[in-house]
Every structure is written in structure tokens, then in C-alpha cells.
Write a protein that binds this ligand. Structure first.
Ligand code: PRX
Length: 634
């Protein structure tokens, strides 16, 4: 372990020297002066004074050597469309998109909200923003109107880029009515909405604010838009993520630090080389999509594969055939997808020539041992679990194969990545835990390049949320439990807060509760995550109804439960739809009125909730047990 240990130690003992060296991986229009500004902890500013641009590093910089290499391979099994773009063609499309945005008034520092399905224009729009120095905020296409409205309200975009529709599993989802509703709900008035018309749903161009992209693209076909040279610490994007409260946090990222960190991760963790092909099966609405569909592969000169569709349509062999057809070298997915694929006919995998594939990366949720063992055997290639968060932007734990091919250990995503000073700490004292002892995973100041710089427009929330929850020490909390072994390998043991992870999607139980509370029949609600063999976790809702609604009549209760599940669809998005809505007459609470979510989750999983000295009325536990066991379900 010496090579890894030495490099990691160097990155922690002298981050300035380490990152000064690593920063050479990207192009700087103006060199930076100070490597790290530590004057205002816990804020860290990397590569101060350096000027650079993410789009230049991802695209323009490669034109000299790889103009004719594919930059993007786009495959949609929803529409049957496949398109390839060389670096030269990608450059052209980004310039067109940037020229269109500029014609609508977008300039450096403006926010552009991107609400798009998995289409090439989503990647063009992100990189066009980077080119102009505008800040993109991508909102996952599966989110419903009220969720979108909340993000419009917080991000205050000057432009929204959307499409007529998305498609998933053969179902077309109209986007324009959702955008209409979100705009009507938000107090912030967005001046323009740019519409990419895929001709999947009826065009709604009669809406007065919609601007059609295609005619403008034609008009600006040959326009070249220069890259804005941004100071390294200017914001590149804001990506909303869930936490303990009902209000999502805008994770703000910088420019220079992000570019350097991604380039470092591509070599040390992903072993991706210029000319390789990488398929990251995520969505641009999540951080994995930002970092490993869009920015990292392009910064490192790879070909990135962008896929619209599910892993099992037209059949469960589609991903393996993509590997064969496009000679994919690196693949990155969520464990859930592998659990789905594990149930498919093994012949589908065997039929494909997977010889190009070097490594499979998995992240976003715990990788269970049976799935890890199955896929490692089936592929006979390294399977690399890696642990990180929207906030970090790149893996915090992994096997750094590009430094040293350390052995993998089932159940652990590996060891801390370079730059991450990680400690498992006791949640009551804040002191470091002993080897093998469970505690909260924390990071010491400074966070390495690439990590969030702050919460969008809310420095105080950044400090209060992330840097103030561990007693006696100002350290960053991941809000994950973990345990470290004698070799430094960490195992993740779940969240310390109210975040759940459904099929690799991070959701806040408070947000789902708010969606349910909007229904007139609901008096009180508790949402908890419950273990699921495929999705990892699913949401389960426990509802106390107002008055006597639904009482005694099982069919009325079932109807109401279905209606409540639909309320979540409408207010949040179908990914958060509870697997079960259970009606109860009372919820277990503490004497001070706090919901005992962990006790409810234990009951839902058939476990003993343990000692609950602060419970107000222990009878509530039996009521929940009874409701779970009888017709209180749907
Ligand atoms: O609880 C951890 C879990 O997902 C959370 C972060 O989710 P998100 O912000 O969506 O970022 C995903 C980036 C890959 C973490 O706090 N998590 C992520 N990766 C793993 C994981 N849990 C266990 N093992 C992992 N490899």
C-alpha cells in the first residue's frame, strides 16, 4: 500500500504542494497565484486568481489533437435515435447553443435552469453555460411542478431550457404543462423559456413565453462564441440536493477546483485515458451525471456515452450490447441497476462481447455483497464501489487503481481518495473512533478541490448545516455512519439524518412528508425508508387522517391510500411515490413532539425499535404494528 499511502499522506500534509502539481492537468488562461486561500474557514478557495473555463477544458482544448474523435455517443432506446458527435461537431453545437442563449440575454453570472430529458441538447446547454460563464442549475426531469417551482424560486434563473417531453419505459411525459405550472407557482418571473422540440408531445409554442430552439440554432449556425475566462472560484453550477429539512440545498461548485479534481479522479480512480469510451448510466439531473457523463470524461479527452432508456428495454441485454457495439472501456452505474440486471436471463450477458470493458464502477447507494459477488464473477473484471455525495462532486472513497491496485474488500467502497482527510468520529464527543468502532464520517478542513464551495446564496446554511453538527470540532459531516478497519478501508452504515436512498436517488423524507401534507385528508404524516431487495430502500408513509375519514371502511382506505400516493407523484415526482401508505390513528413521538422516525422504520422492517425512554405514549408502537399487519395497508 505504499504508493497510495505516500501520495495520500502528501495530499493531506501539504495540500498546497500536492494540488499545485495536479493543477497542471488543465489549461489555465491566467495562472493562479495562491493555491489555497485558508483565510475564512470553513470556506476554502482553490487556485486563487487563476482564470480558466470548463468548456474550453472539456472541448476546445482537444480540437488540436482529437477533432475527429467521437466526443459524445448518444443512444435512446426510447425513440430509437442514435447520434455521434466528434469533438469538432460538439464544439459546433455548443457554440450554437451559446449563441442562442447569448441572443436571449444570458451573460456571465446569470443562472440558467435546465429541465431536460436525456438528450444531447442537455449536454450542449450545460457546456454552453460554462462557455458563457453562466451558472447552470439542472433539475431532474422526473421532478414534478412544485419541486421545479421551488428550484426556480431559489435559483432565480434568467432562462429555462426545456423540451416538449421526456420518455421512460415507453411512456411519454409532457414537460411543458409542468413548466407552465411551475412558472405560475413561482414568484420569480423567468424572462425566457427555450424549447427543444423533440416532437414527442404536441408542440405548445402558443405559450407566449416559449422560444423555439431550432430556428434560432439555424440562425446562429456558424457563430463562434468565445470562452469567458472565469476566476477559478466563480460558480460553475448549482445542483439541488436533499437534506434534513424540507427545503433542498443548492450545492454550489467552483470552476478551477472542479476541473482539476475531475481530471485527477479520471486518472487515479477511473484509469480513463484520452481516446477511451466511458458509459455512465445516470441522469444529468444528478451529480454522477454532471461529473461522469459530462465534465470528467470530456476534460480527460474520452468519448462519453449518453443513454436515454431503462436497463431492461427492449430487453435486459441492452447495456451489454452497448458495451460491445461502442467498445466501451469504462462503465459506471448504480447498484440498483445491477440488482435489476441480476434477475435477467444470464444468456443476455453472455451473448455480448465484453472484451473492451476494463472496469465497472458502482456508486450512489450501498453495494450489497451478493450483488457485488455476482457481478464480479459474471464479468470477471474489477468492480469498483465508490462512495461520495452531491457535495463532494467526486469519489471520497474508492480503490485508487490508477495509483495502486489495492485489493477490494466486499462491503467496503475502499480507502479515502487523495485530498480527503477523513475521520470516523464519535457522535457524542466528536473524538476519533477506534478501528472497528462505528461513528460519523467526517472530513477535516480544507475540503479538497471539486467539493462544494457553499450553499447557493446562503453561506450561513453551509456553515450551520455541514460544519456545526459534530461536537467540539469544526469538521465537515457527511451525515453517513461508517466504520474503518485497520487497513483504512471504510464501510458505510447508513445516513445519520432523514435522507433515504431509493434506487440510487437521494430523497429527503421531510420533502415527501410535505408533499403528503398538502392533501386535505392528512392530519399528520411520517415517511421512513424501508429496506427493499431491488431499490435498496423505498419510502413508506404512515398517515393520521383528519376527523373520521376512511375509518372502518377498508375499500375507502385503499382508495385514499392510492390517492395519497398520487399526491406525491404530483407534488414531488414518481420516484418518491411511497411503496405503501399505512393509515394509523397515532404516530409514535417523543414527549417534546418529535416524530420517532427510526422507531417507525424499525417496526416497518419487522425489527424491535429498542428502548425509547423519551416516547410520549408507548401504545403508539402497538398501533403502528397493528396497522402494518392488517388492512391498514393498500
Ligand atoms: O449515503 C451515502 C450514499 O448516497 C449519499 C449521497 O447521495 P448523492 O448526493 O445523490 O450522491 C451520489 C454520488 C455517488 C451518501 O451520503 N452513497 C453514495 N455512494 C455510496 C453510498 N452509500 C454506500 N456506498 C456507496 N458507494
Amino acid at each position: 500500500m505504499t504508493r497510495y499511502r505516500d501520495l495520500h499522506r502528501r495530499s493531506i500534509d501539504n495540500p498546497e504542494a500536492f494540488w499545485r502539481e495536479e493543477a497542471r492537468r488543465i489549461h489555465w488562461h491566467t495562472p493562479f497565484g495562491t493555491v489555497l486561500d485558508r483565510s475564512k474557514p470553513p470556506f476554502a478557495r482553490w487556485f486563487v486568481g487563476g482564470r480558466t473555463n470548463l468548456c474550453h477544458n472539456a472541448v476546445d482544448r482537444h480540437l488540436a489533437e482529437r477533432a475527429q474523435q467521437n466526443a459524445l455517443i448518444y443512444v435512446s432506446t426510447e425513440t430509437g435515435i442514435e447520434r455521434h458527435y466528434t469533438y469538432a461537431e460538439l464544439h459546433g453545437e455548443i457554440n450554437r447553443m451559446a449563441a442562442v442563449m447569448r441572443s436571449l440575454g444570458v451573460k456571465r453570472g446569470d443562472v440558467v435552469l435546465i429541465y431536460l430529458p436525456m438528450i444531447p441538447e442537455a449536454l450542449f446547454a450545460m457546456l454552453a453555460c460554462a462557455r458563457l460563464g453562466a451558472i447552470h442549475s439542472v433539475v431532474f426531469g422526473g421532478f414534478a411542478a412544485p419541486n421545479l417551482a421551488a428550484r426556480i424560486e431559489d435559483a432565480k434563473p434568467m432562462l429555462i431550457v426545456t423540451a416538449d417531453a421526456g420518455a421512460r419505459g415507453g411512456k411519454v411525459v409532457d414537460y411543458t404543462p409542468l413548466v407552465d405550472e411551475a412558472l405560475a407557482r413561482a414568484r420569480h418571473k423567468t424572462p425566457h423559456v427555450l424549447l427543444i422540440d423533440r416532437q414527442l408531445a404536441p408542440a405548445r409554442l402558443n405559450a407566449p413565453y416559449l422560444v423555439a430552439y431550432e430556428p434560432l440554432r439555424e440562425q446562429f449556425f456558424d457563430v463562434h462564441v468565445p470562452c469567458e475566462w472565469l476566476e477559478s472560484n466563480e460558480p460553475s453550477y448549482v445542483l439541488y440536493t436533499s437534506g434534513t429539512t424540507g427545503k433542498p440545498k443548492g450545492v454550489q461548485r467552483d470552476v478551477g477546483g472542479y476541473a482539476v479534481a475531475l481530471a485527477v479522479s479520471m486518472e487515479y480512480i477511473f484509469e480513463g485515458k484520452a481516446g477511451d469510451t466511458m458509459f455512465t448510466a445516470s441522469d444529468i439531473g444528478w451529480v454522477v451525471g454532471h461529473s461522469y457523463i459530462v465534465y470528467a470524461p470530456l476534460i480527460a479527452g474520452l468519448t462519453t456515452v449518453m443513454y436515454e432508456g431503462t436497463p431492461i428495454r427492449p430487453d435486459g441485454g441492452i447495456w451489454w450490447r452497448l458495451v460491445e457495439q461502442h467498445k466501451i472501456n469504462l462503465m459506471f452505474a448504480a447498484p440498483t441497476a445491477l440488482r435489476v440486471l441480476k434477475k435477467q436471463d444470464p444468456a443476455l450477458m453472455k451473448a455480448a462481447d465484453l472484451s473492451s470493458l476494463r472496469t465497472l464502477f458502482l456508486a450512489g447507494e450501498p453495494l450489497d455483497e451478493p450483488t457485488a459477488a455476482w457481478i464480479t464473477r459474471a464479468l470477471n473484471k474489477p468492480v469498483i464501489d465508490n462512495y461520495w455525495q452531491t457535495e463532494s462532486g467526486w469519489p471520497m472513497l474508492a480503490i485508487p487503481r490508477g495509483i495502486e491496485a489495492l485489493p477490494t474488500k466486499l462491503g467496503s467502497p475502499g480507502v479515502p481518495s487523495v485530498g480527503y482527510s477523513l475521520t470516523v468520529r464519535n457522535e457524542l464527543t466528536g473524538e476519533p473512533c477506534a478501528v472497528g468502532e462505528k461513528g460519523v464520517l467526517t472530513l477535516d478542513y480544507p475540503l479538497p478541490p471539486g467539493c462544494m464551495s457553499t450553499v447557493w446564496r446562503d453561506d450561513k446554511r453551509f456553515v450551520d448545516t455541514y460544519w456545526s453538527s459534530v461536537p467540539n470540532h469544526q469538521v465537515y459531516s457527511t451525515f453517513d455512519w461508517g466504520v474503518q478497519d485497520e487497513d483504512g478501508y471504510v464501510t458505510i452504515l447508513g445516513r445519520t439524518d432523514d435522507v433515504i436512498n431509493v434506487a440510487g436517488h437521494r430523497l429527503g423524507t421531510r420533502e415527501i412528508e410535505e408533499a403528503l401534507s398538502s392533501h386535505a385528508a392528512v392530519a399528520e404524516v411520517a415517511v421512513v425508508g424501508v429496506t427493499d431487495p431491488v431499490k435498496g430502500q423505498v419510502a413508506m408513509a404512515f398517515v393520521v387522517l383528519r376527523g373520521a375519514q376512511g375509518e372502518g371502511d377498508p375499500s375507502e382506505r385503499a382508495r385514499l391510500a392510492a390517492e395519497l400516493a398520487m399526491t406525491v407523484d404530483r407534488n414531488f415526482g414518481s420516484i418518491a411515490r411511497p411503496a405503501r401508505v399505512v393509515m394509523v390513528s397515532m404516530l409514535p413521538k417523543t414527549r417534546s413532539g418529535k416524530l420517532l422516525r427510526r422507531a417507525i422504520a424499525a417496526l416497518a422492517e419487522g425489527r424491535d425499535p429498542g428502548d425509547l425512554p423519551t416516547i410520549e405514549d408507548p401504545a403508539a408502537l402497538q398501533l403502528v404494528r397493528d396497522a402494518l399487519g392488517d388492512g391498514g395497508q393498500n
